[in-house]
Design a protein around this ligand. Structure first.
Ligand code: DHB
Length: 397
C-alpha cells in the first residue's frame, strides 16, 4: 500500500457542515488548529435545500465571531410568527413577549458564509473525501483516515476528535454500545417540501393546523418561497402535480379571512422524513459528538441548525480551556451542558409537531383537544411567552 500523508493537528473534525465548520472557526479564533474532513463536495452541500430560521443567538454568533454579517444585510428579521387554526391567524409577537426576533436565513447561506470564512482564514478543510474511518480512538493520538478528493490516502492525527458528521454519523458508531444510550421517537408522517417561484404570501411564517393536516408557509427571497405540508412518509413526489400541490396548500390555509397563497412554478419537491433522536453522552474519551451526529429533531420549529451551532459554541469554549490547561477533564462539562439545551429543544420540537399535525388515527376528540391547546397558547400571555422564548432560542450560558 502506498504511504499515507500524515497531518498533525490539535482537533480533528469529521464533518464540514455548520457544526464542524463553526467549531473549526471558533477554535482558530482561540489560536487552536484543526483539520476538517468532509465527505461531500462544497457544491453538494450548497445545493442541498435545508431549513431557514436562525435563533437570535445563532445570528449573534455568526456576526460577533466574525464569520460574516451577511445575515444582517440579506436575512429577514421576523419579529413573530402566525399560528393559524380554525381558519384564522393568531400572531405570536416575539418582540412584545420576549424582546427577541428570529432571522430567515437559509442553512445553505450559513454554510456558504462559514466555508468562505474558513477559506479566508486559511483553514485546512478537505471536502470530497471518501472511505473516512476513525483509528486508535482510545489512544492519546486518535486519527482520521480517508482518501482525499485527489484519491490520495491521508491520515490526520489529533489530540481531540470531533464527530460532526451528521445524522448517519460514522463517529457515533465508534462508541461501544454499552457506553451510549440512544433515544428515539418516530412520527407517522413526513413533510412534503417545495420551493416555488412566487412572491411571499405573508410577511412572516404561518404554521397552520387544519382538518387536512399541517402546513407551513415559509419564505426564501422576494421571488422564491419555501412551503411544506404534512404527508405520508411513503408519499411519492411524482404523484403530485403542481395543481394538486397548490390545491392542497390552499385548502390547508383556507379560512374566513380569505387567505390565499401566491402560486408559482414549483422548482423543487422533496419528502422529508423526520424523527426525534438523542445519543448520550456526547463524549467518549477524547471524542466529542456535535450537531446531528448526536441529536436530530423534527423540523417543526427549525431547531436543528441552531442546536448544531450551540454545540459548536460550547465545545469550542471547553476545548480551548482543555488545551490551555492541558486538562481533558474540562470536557466533562460538554455533554451535560449541550444536552440541557438539546432536551429542551427536543421537547419544543415534539410539542410544536404534536400540537399542529394530524395523527393518521386522530379522533374528533384529538382534534378538538389540539384546538383547545392552540387556544390556550395564543390567548394566554404565559402560553405565548413559552413559545416565543423557545422559538427565538434559550440564552447561551
Ligand atoms: C423552515 C423550516 C422549518 O422547519 C421551520 O420550522 C420554519 C421554517 C424553512 O425551511 O424555512
Amino acid at each position: 500500500m502506498t504511504q499515507r500523508s500524515v497531518t498533525r493537528t490539535t482537533v480533528g473534525i469529521v464533518g464540514g457542515g455548520p457544526a464542524g465548520l463553526m467549531l473549526s472557526h471558533l477554535l482558530a479564533r482561540a489560536g487552536i488548529d484543526s483539520v476538517v474532513v468532509e465527505r461531500r463536495t462544497r457544491r453538494e452541500i450548497e445545493e442541498t435545500v435545508r431549513a431557514g430560521i436562525l435563533e437570535r443567538d445563532s445570528v449573534r454568533l455568526l456576526v460577533d465571531s466574525g464569520v460574516s454579517d451577511r445575515v444582517l444585510r440579506e436575512g429577514h428579521e421576523h419579529r413573530g410568527i402566525d399560528l393559524r387554526f380554525g381558519g384564522t391567524s393568531h400572531r405570536i409577537d416575539f418582540q412584545g413577549l420576549v424582546g427577541a426576533s428570529t432571522w430567515l436565513y437559509p442553512q445553505t447561506a450559513v454554510f456558504v458564509d462559514l466555508a468562505e470564512a474558513r477559506e479566508r482564514d486559511g483553514a485546512d478543510v478537505r471536502y470530497g473525501c471518501a472511505d473516512t474511518a476513525v483509528v486508535d480512538l482510545t489512544s492519546d493520538r486518535p486519527g482520521i483516515r480517508f482518501t482525499d478528493a485527489d484519491g490520495v490516502g491521508q491520515e490526520v492525527r489529533c489530540d481531540f476528535l470531533v464527530g460532526a458528521d451528521g445524522s448517519r454519523s460514522m463517529c457515533r458508531q465508534e462508541v461501544p454500545e454499552p457506553e451510549r444510550r440512544q433515544f428515539f421517537r418516530e412520527y407517522p408522517f413526513a413533510w412534503f417540501g417545495i420551493l416555488a417561484e412566487a412572491p411571499p404570501s405573508a410577511p412572516e411564517l404561518i404554521y397552520s393546523h387544519s382538518a387536512r393536516g399541517f402546513a407551513l408557509i415559509s419564505q426564501r427571497t422576494e421571488t422564491v418561497q419555501r412551503m411544506y405540508f404534512q404527508c405520508d412518509p411513503e408519499e411519492d413526489v411524482d404523484a403530485w402535480s403542481e395543481d394538486r400541490i397548490w390545491e392542497e396548500l390552499q385548502a390547508r390555509v383556507a379560512g374566513e379571512d380569505g387567505l390565499r397563497l401566491n402560486e408559482g412554478l414549483i422548482v423543487d419537491k422533496t419528502v422529508l422524513r423526520f424523527r426525534s433522536f438523542v445519543c448520550e453522552p456526547m463524549r467518549y474519551g477524547n471524542m466529542l459528538l456535535a450537531g446531528d451526529a448526536a441529536h436530530t429533531v423534527p423540523p417543526t420549529g427549525a431547531k436543528g441548525l441552531n442546536l448544531a451551532l450551540a454545540d459548536a459554541r460550547v465545545l469550542a469554549e471547553l476545548l480551548e480551556r482543555a488545551v490551555r490547561k492541558n486538562d481533558p477533564d474540562v470536557l466533562d462539562e460538554y455533554s451535560p451542558r449541550a444536552l440541557a439545551r438539546v432536551w429542551k429543544a427536543q421537547h419544543f420540537s415534539y410539542w410544536m409537531t404534536s400540537m399542529l399535525h394530524r395523527l393518521p388515527e386522530a379522533s374528533d376528540f384529538d382534534v378538538r383537544r389540539q384546538l383547545g391547546e392552540l387556544s390556550s397558547v395564543v390567548e394566554s400571555r404565559a402560553g405565548s411567552t413559552y413559545l416565543a422564548e423557545a422559538y427565538t432560542g434559550w440564552p447561551s450560558l
